[in-house]
Design a protein around this ligand. Structure first.
Ligand code: CO
Length: 139
């Protein structure tokens, strides 16, 4: 009877320890850039809201964030992303296809250009920072 209680206690402590560890590690997935975690959830939420789409062919990257996050372009338009961060970023479509961007890393002051030839909604992210999300709606 006593052994059973001890066993249950040990299991309970182990479960709590694992839960605490999971919470601790998920909270600091990228401690090197403190500002990211605060904007992370809002970025993900606003990302797919197509009614917020802005007619634009230029997107800037500032502080691990795309702006505007959701743009609207026409078939044949070329979108230019300009990186203002000191770290390198890339533009990679969430769903790979021949008509979706899949760019290499580009550094501060550099640009990446992609011409959209097929209508559709293209959600994209940055390869080394997948929480960086944006959308191009091609009409
Ligand atoms: Co990035």
């Amino acid at each position: 009877m006593k052994d059973k209680k001890v066993t249950i206690m040990i299991i309970a402590v182990a479960v709590l320890a694992i839960a605490a560890l999971l919470i601790a590690t998920s909270g600091q997935k990228d401690k090197s850039s403190v500002t990211i975690s605060s904007t992370d959830s809002s970025t993900a939420k606003s990302q797919t809201t197509t009614k917020d789409a802005v007619a634009a062919t230029a997107v800037t990257i500032d502080n691990y964030d795309f702006g505007p996050k959701v743009i609207k372009v026409k078939v044949g338009d070329t979108v230019t992303w300009t990186n203002n961060d000191s770290v390198k970023h890339s533009i990679v479509a969430d769903q790979a296809s021949d008509t979706a961007p899949n760019g290499d890393l580009f550094g501060k002051g550099e640009t990446y250009k992609f011409t959209f030839t097929k209508a559709g909604t293209y959600n994209y992210h940055c390869m080394p920072h997948p929480y960086m999300k944006g959308t191009v709606i091609v009409e």
